[in-house]
Design a protein around this ligand. Structure first.
Ligand SMILES: [Zn+2]
Length: 303
């Protein structure tokens, strides 16, 4: 049996798993992301945690194919460097692959987290049959992994698919990135909580905004339907750009379910330019729970 180690680095926690070549998680652990210490120190803790996990599960290192690391962008996957992710505030130009590689004998690969999740959906989830699909994650931020002609689309530095900062409608105001009307500024979980709170006149979480939507709160309902339309606009742009067979939508916001998927399907069926594109399947992600670590582990198996 061959194994791969998947490491999913997030702003609050780092999930680490040993995954076998069938995609079964045979051991896993989660440690907090400590942003008060230097990234180099945090990576040392990650290395020690990986080594302990391998030892605790009695895995012989000759059966470990590699370590895959999924991390938030921007990054440079080709050079193995985490560049400047907004939710890892002091991680500026960190050569993580080099630092993990110094510790282990097997290959280490870095990929942005949305791309890793797309690989997980291809390997074990909603896109197993597809050679052309987009995976879109809508949670605190919005990102995408694009799988084109049987391959993950990386781009020159590994940042392809950063659709959260494509401009949809400048009238929505200025995104922290500086542009006006970015998709993420309008339709992320963070955006829905912010705008929903303004409309309701009190502080609401994303879930509470969706609760009001489900209770037919008039203004919230109109607002949320507009968000769904905007997500449809983004999907049409993706369809017109990469001509996928399927769009897989995951992340916390996608949990609202049928109203979102129905609205996006309706929009796509009317506005995708190519008649074939109007029939693009729009489906929920399957692997949300472990997509990060499984996708990161998949990097070693697919590489
Ligand atoms: Zn932006």
């Amino acid at each position: 049996m061959e194994y791969s180690i998947g490491v999913d680095i997030g702003g609050t926690k780092v999930a680490i798993a040993i995954v076998d070549h069938h995609g079964v998680v045979v051991g896993q652990t989660v440690i907090p992301t400590d942003l008060s210490i230097k990234p180099e120190k945090m990576i040392t803790i990650i290395n020690e945690t990986i080594a302990k996990l391998i030892k605790d599960n009695s895995i012989t290192s000759e059966y470990v194919k590699g370590i895959g690391i999924g991390a938030p962008g921007p990054l440079n996957s080709k050079d193995g460097i985490i560049s400047c992710p907004p939710n890892l505030s002091n991680w500026i130009d960190i050569p993580i692959v080099e630092q993990v590689q110094e510790y282990f004998s097997f290959p280490v690969i870095l990929e942005n987290d949305a791309n890793a999740a797309a690989l997980a959906e291809k390997w074990l989830g909603a896109a197993q049959e597809n050679n052309n699909f987009a995976y879109v994650t809508i949670s605190t931020g919005i990102g995408a992994g694009l799988f084109v002609d049987g391959k993950l689309l990386g781009g020159s530095r590994g940042n392809a698919g950063d659709i959260g900062h494509t401009v949809v409608d400048p009238s929505y105001g200025q995104c922290p990135c500086g542009q006006f009307g970015c998709l993420e500024f309008i339709a992320s979980g963070t955006a829905i909580a912010r705008r929903g709170s303004e409309i309701a006149g009190k502080q609401l979480s994303t879930k509470q905004v969706f609760d009001l939507y489900n209770q037919d709160h008039k203004e919230i309902k109109a607002y949320v339907e507009d968000v769904f339309r905007i997500i449809g606009v983004a999907c049409v742009s993706l369809i017109n750009t990469i001509d996928p067979e399927k769009i897989v939508i995951g992340g916390g916001v996608s949990k609202v379910g049928a109203p979102l998927f129905d609205a996006v399907r309706t929009y796509v069926s009317q506005y995708a330019l190519n008649p074939g594109g109007r029939k693009t399947e729009i489906v929920p992600a399957v692997l949300d729970q472990n997509a990060g670590v499984i996708g990161a582990a998949a990097l070693s198996f697919s590489g």
